[in-house]
Design a protein around this ligand. Sequence first.
Ligand SMILES: Nc1ncnc2c1ncn2[C@@H]1O[C@H](COP(=O)(O)OP(=O)(O)OP(=O)(O)O)[C@@H](O)[C@H]1O
Length: 268
Amino acid sequence: MTPPFVQIDGVSMRYGGVEGTLALRDASLDVGDGEFVAVVGPSGCGKSTLMRLVTGLWPPTEGTVIVDGAEVDGPLSIAGMAFQNPTLLPWRNIIDNVMLPLEVVQPHRRQLRAQRGTYERRARDLLKLVGLDGFEAKFPWQLSGGMQQRASLCRALVHDPRLLMLDEPFGALDVFTREDLWDVMQAVWLAKKPTVILVTHDLKEAVYLADRVLIMSSRPGRIIAERRVPYPRPRRLEQTYEAEFQAIVHELRDRISEARKGEATDVR
Ligand SMILES: Nc1ncnc2c1ncn2[C@@H]1O[C@H](COP(=O)(O)OP(=O)(O)OP(=O)(O)O)[C@@H](O)[C@H]1O
């Protein structure tokens, strides 16, 4: 059997030393290579913290995080990341923003000068995939919030990451743009099959996009349950209105509401 691509084993995370905030306690989860999982849970339960540990932005206080067979001990170059806030650099145009990871992440950084044309084509293809062709030379402030978020997804994908970490990337968008981007995300996943971990508050989004939805307890967070999503891909937005789909969303909502009631005792 192939080992999981991401293995989180008995991870705890306390911010600010022994008297600080315990965000995660004994959290464990495995994610298979090419699997799409969504992480949901009560507000403040440690979802973003989990993302920071997997991408190596913080070391855990206890436990181990293994990605692609190696323990994570610093920022992961095989990961692409997108957050709720698109964080594009205002002085760079859209294509230069999208190409930013190529200037940082090896081996692309080494190859960029010699293969600029190929890389630029890749960035243009991604912009086209998300409906932003024609906007390459614009600056972030000339684009709407939804368009900036599309560009930030392209930036997360431009170095062909094997692991894609998405922390509420659609959270700030209106419902129509959000649903458009779900389908963009689905198309990207079908085309490239990266391993994806998506943190979201939107249970419909979690069920629409993921193979498996993981539910966290209240803080200090750990994974307390999971729900497989039985639908093959490509999935269609109309499915989200069907009774079976809505029953899964309700089931998740109930689990989270139970998790919220079982408030943890160590809540420092
Ligand atoms: N850099 C930090 N320093 C100190 N405490 C932090 C830090 N980051 C997060 N925390 C605390 O850790 C806990 C978990 O935060 P985290 O952002 O991981 O939760 P979340 O589940 O992503 O929250 P939300 O659902 O509201 O986005 C919270 O109590 C938060 O205040």
